[in-house]
Design a protein around this ligand. Structure first.
Ligand SMILES: [Fe+2]
Length: 301
C-alpha cells in the first residue's frame, strides 16, 4: 500500500515537473544564460562539424569516427578499455550487458580523479560544438558508461533497452556512442529510428511519459504501424565509429546473437533538465580549457 502511494506520488511529481519544464517559455527563460553563453562564445564550426550538426538536427543521428572528427586513431582507447575491463565490473540493472564503467545512472555518483581517455574524448571541443549546437546552448556532460553485450539466443525475448524506446529528456538528450569493437549484423548494433527526435516528423508519435520527464517503451506492433521501415537504421561500423544521437528519439541496442559489442556512452543534457550530472570531478585542470568544456564539467560556472 505504502509502496503504491510512493509510486503514485513519484508519477505525479514527474507529471508536474514535466508539464512546467516542457513549456517553451519557461524553458527559454530558465536557459537564457546558457543560450547567451553559447551564442557569445560560439566558435566557427568546421565544414565537418557543420555537416554533422545539420545531419543530427535533420535525422536525430549523425555518424562519424575518431579519425574523421578528431584525426586520432583508437590505440589509446584499446589500452584504456583493457585496463577498464581488468579493474571493474560495476553493478547494473541490465543482465544482457556487462558494465565496466557506469550502469546505474539513477543512483550512483561517478567520481573521476584524473582526466582519462574517455573524458578527454567526451570533452573535445569538436564534439561539444556539435552537442551544444544541437541544443543551441551550453550543456553538461552528466554521465559516462562503458559496457559489453552478452551473447543471447535469437529466440530469446528482448529485455529493456533491447526494445525500442525513448530515453527521458524534456527537450532532447544527446548520447555519444563509441564502438570499441567492429559491429556487424547480429553484433549488438545501436539502432535508431530516423526523424523520431523531438525536431523530427515522428517526434510526437508514441510520445514519452510526463511530457518527456519519463521515457516510453512502445510495442513493436505500434512502431511498425506508425513508422516506415526505411527509417529504422542499424549502425554497423569499425572500431572507432562515433554515433551522436538524440535518444529521446526511438532507439534500441545491445542485441548480440553472434558477436559481443563493446561501446562507451557519453550523456549530455541541458543544465535545467530533470536529469542532473552524476559526475564529480576530483582533479585540477592542468591546461587551459575552453568555456564550453568548463561548462560541460559543471566547473567554475
Ligand atoms: Fe536508451
Amino acid at each position: 500500500m505504502v509502496k503504491k502511494i510512493i509510486t503514485k506520488l513519484g508519477s505525479l511529481y514527474l507529471f508536474c515537473l514535466g508539464m512546467i519544464l516542457s513549456n517553451q517559455l519557461v524553458w527559454k527563460i530558465l536557459n537564457s544564460k546558457n543560450r547567451f553563453l553559447y551564442k557569445s562564445s560560439q566558435k566557427k564550426l568546421s565544414q565537418l562539424e557543420k555537416k554533422l550538426l545539420t545531419q543530427l538536427k535533420k535525422d536525430g543521428i549523425a555518424i562519424t569516427s575518431l579519425q574523421e572528427l578528431f584525426g586520432i586513431d583508437q590505440v589509446n582507447f584499446l589500452d584504456w578499455k583493457e585496463k577498464q575491463k581488468e579493474s571493474n565490473i560495476t553493478p547494473n540493472k541490465k543482465d544482457f550487458l556487462t558494465y565496466y564503467l557506469g550502469g546505474s545512472y539513477q543512483n550512483k555518483i561517478q567520481k573521476f580523479y584524473t582526466k582519462d581517455v574517455l573524458i578527454d574524448f567526451s570533452l573535445r571541443d569538436e564534439l561539444l560544438s556539435i552537442v551544444n549546437g544541437y541544443f543551441n546552448m551550453f550543456t553538461r556532460l552528466v554521465y559516462l558508461e562503458f559496457n559489453e553485450t552478452k551473447i543471447i539466443e535469437e529466440k530469446e525475448s528482448l529485455k529493456m533497452s533491447q526494445n525500442f524506446h525513448r530515453d527521458p529528456g524534456l527537450h532532447g538528450c544527446i548520447k555519444v556512442f563509441l564502438y570499441l569493437t567492429k559491429v556487424e549484423e547480429g553484433g549488438g548494433a545501436f539502432t535508431y529510428i530516423k526523424d523520431s527526435h523531438f525536431l523530427g516528423k515522428f517526434g510526437k508519435v508514441l510520445r514519452s511519459k510526463y511530457f518527456g520527464a519519463g521515457g516510453v517503451y512502445p510495442s513493436l506492433d505500434k512502431i511498425n504501424k506508425e513508422i516506415p521501415q526505411e527509417n529504422i537504421t542499424e549502425v554497423f561500423g569499425d572500431i572507432g565509429t562515433v554515433i551522436i544521437a538524440d535518444t529521446t528519439g526511438l532507439h534500441r541496442g545491445g542485441i548480440s546473437f553472434k558477436e559481443k559489442r563493446e561501446m562507451t556512452t557519453s550523456v549530455f543534457y541541458p543544465e535545467h533538465d530533470y536529469h542532473k550530472s552524476k559526475i564529480e570531478w576530483l582533479f585540477e585542470d592542468e591546461e587551459q580549457i575552453s568555456r564550453q568544456q568548463s561548462f560541460a564539467m559543471n566547473n567554475r560556472n
